[in-house]
Design a protein around this ligand. Structure first.
Ligand code: NAP
Length: 373
C-alpha cells in the first residue's frame, strides 16, 4: 500500500542532457513557516505524455523552464494535474480545496494565489508573470463545469491536449482547409493528433484524414477509426500527390517535413507546426517547396472564436466535443486509452525515460504521483 510522503520530493532533469535526471527532497513548510498569502499544495495526480517531453525539449527556446525555477543547469518539467491545498496563509484559498492546473513534477508546490474567485486563482509569483496567462490559472474543481471526480485521469491526460486538437480542426475549417480536402497528421498515434482526427472525422467524407505514424503504431492508428487511412513514415512516397493537402505536424521531424514538402511541392497548401514528439530529430522549415511552415498558436484562434461565438461560446462547443470524445476514450472495448497509474520515484523515472526514447505504447495514458511512495 502506498503512503503519503512528508518531504517535498522534486524530479529535475539536466537541461542540456535530458537523459540525466534525479530526485531532490527538501523539508515541507507548514502553515507557521509559509509566507503570508501563499498555499502549499499536494500534487496527487499528474499526466505524463510526449507533450511534457516537448516542454523540456523547448524548455529554453519557449521558456518552459521559467515556470518552476530549479538549480542552475537543471529544470522542472511542467505537467497538468490536480492538487489539494494542505496548508494555507491565504484568506480565500482554504485547506482542502482542489485545483486543476500546471504543476511541476513534484510531490508539493507553493503557490501565491491572486485574483481569487469562485472559479479559481492565478499564481502571482513574479517569475510567472511574463508567461501566457493560460498557464498561470488554477481551476477550482468544485465550480469547474468540466470536472467530475471519476474522470480526473482522462482530464489530466487529454484536457490540455484536446483544446489544441479542437482549435486545429476549427482553424482549418475556418480557412476552408486552404483549398485542400486531405489533411495529413504526423505522430498520428499521439493524443493531440487523434483528438484532431476525431474532430475532423465528424465533418464527413468530404475531408480525408491521413495518419502518418511509425510502423510499430500503424495498427493502433487504424484501430482508432477516425483516420481515413494510416500510412507509415517509410510509405510517404507512395501517397498520390496531384491534389492539394494540408499538413498538421505533431512530430516536428525535420527530415519528415522536408520529404512531405518535396513530395507535394505546390500542393502543400498549409503546413501547420504543432508539436515535436520526435524531439531528437527536430528540424527547421526554411526553403521548402509549398506553403511555408507556420507555428500553430491555439490562443489566437480561441480569441477569434470568442469574438465570433460570443461569451461562453468556445467553452460550450468545447464541452460538447469533449463529451463526444469521451465515448470512445471511456469505452475499454475501443482500445483508445488504457490508464496506467505510477506512484513514487521509480515509476516516474521509468515513464519519463521510456517517453524520451519513444518506448511507451500509444494506448497507454500515464498518470503519476510523487506525493506517495
Ligand atoms: N502547440 C501546442 O499548442 C500543442 C498543444 C498540445 C500538444 N502539442 C504537441 O503535440 C505533440 C503530441 O503530444 P501528446 O502528448 O499528444 O503525445 P503522446 O500521446 O504522448 O504521443 C505519443 C506518440 O508520439 C510519438 N513519440 C513519442 N515519443 C517519441 C519519441 N521519443 N520518438 C519518436 N516518436 C515519439 C509516437 O507516435 P508516432 O509513432 O505516431 O510518431 C507516440 O506513439 C507534442 O509534441 C506536444 O507538445 C502542442
Amino acid at each position: 500500500m502506498s503512503t503519503s510522503i512528508t518531504v517535498n520530493r522534486e524530479f529535475i532533469v539536466e537541461r542540456e542532457n535530458l537523459r540525466n535526471s534525479k530526485f531532490v527532497d527538501s523539508p515541507l513548510p507548514d502553515a507557521a513557516s509559509l509566507p503570508a498569502g501563499q498555499v502549499l499544495m499536494r500534487i496527487d495526480r499528474f499526466a505524463f505524455t510526449s507533450n511534457n517531453v516537448t516542454y523540456a525539449a523547448f524548455g529554453k527556446a519557449m521558456s518552459y523552464w521559467n515556470f518552476f525555477p530549479a538549480p542552475d543547469g537543471w529544470g522542472k518539467i511542467p505537467v497538468w494535474g490536480f492538487a489539494e491545498v494542505v496548508a494555507s496563509t491565504h484568506d480565500e484559498v482554504k485547506v482542502g480545496a482542489r485545483f486543476y492546473g500546471y504543476y511541476p513534477m513534484s510531490s508539493h508546490v507553493v503557490l501565491q494565489p491572486s485574483r481569487c474567485g469562485e472559479h479559481g486563482f492565478t499564481d502571482a509569483a513574479e517569475h510567472r508573470q511574463p508567461m501566457h496567462a493560460l498557464y498561470n490559472q488554477y481551476l477550482r474543481t468544485s465550480s469547474d463545469p468540466a470536472y467530475t471526480a471519476d474522470s480526473e485521469d482522462q482530464q489530466v491526460l487529454l484536457r490540455p491536449l484536446f483544446i489544441t486538437s479542437f482549435m486545429i480542426d476549427d482553424f482549418l475549417a475556418d480557412n476552408d482547409f486552404f483549398g485542400a480536402r486531405t489533411v495529413l497528421l504526423s505522430s498520428a498515434s499521439s493524443k493531440t493528433a487523434y483528438g484532431t482526427a476525431f474532430m475532423l472525422s465528424q465533418r464527413g467524407k468530404d475531408i480525408e484524414v491521413i495518419g502518418l505514424t511509425s510502423a510499430a503504431n500503424v495498427a493502433f492508428v487504424e484501430r482508432l477509426g477516425c483516420y481515413s487511412k494510416a500510412v507509415t513514415y517509410e510509405q510517404i512516397a507512395t501517397l498520390p500527390n496531384h491534389e492539394p493537402v494540408v499538413y498538421v505536424d505533431m512530430a516536428g521531424n525535420g527530415k519528415l517535413r522536408s520529404s512531405l514538402h518535396h513530395h507535394y511541392q505546390d500542393n502543400m497548401k498549409y503546413s501547420c507546426a504543432v508539436g515535436g514528439t520526435h524531439w531528437d530529430e527536430l528540424g527547421g522549415g526554411a526553403n521548402l517547396p509549398g506553403a511555408r511552415p507556420a507555428l500553430f498558436f491555439a490562443p489566437a484562434q480561441i480569441k477569434k472564436r470568442m469574438g465570433d461565438w460570443g461569451p461562453g461560446g468556445v467553452q460550450k462547443k468545447l464541452a460538447q466535443a469533449w463529451q463526444q470524445l469521451m465515448v470512445p476514450v471511456l469505452d475499454p472495448a475501443s482500445g483508445w486509452m488504457h490508464v496506467v497509474h505510477g506512484t513514487g520515484p521509480q515509476d516516474v523515472q521509468q515513464v519519463y525515460l521510456q517517453m524520451l526514447d519513444g518506448g511507451t505504447r500509444p494506448e497507454e495514458g500515464h498518470v503519476l504521483t510523487l506525493a506517495r511512495d
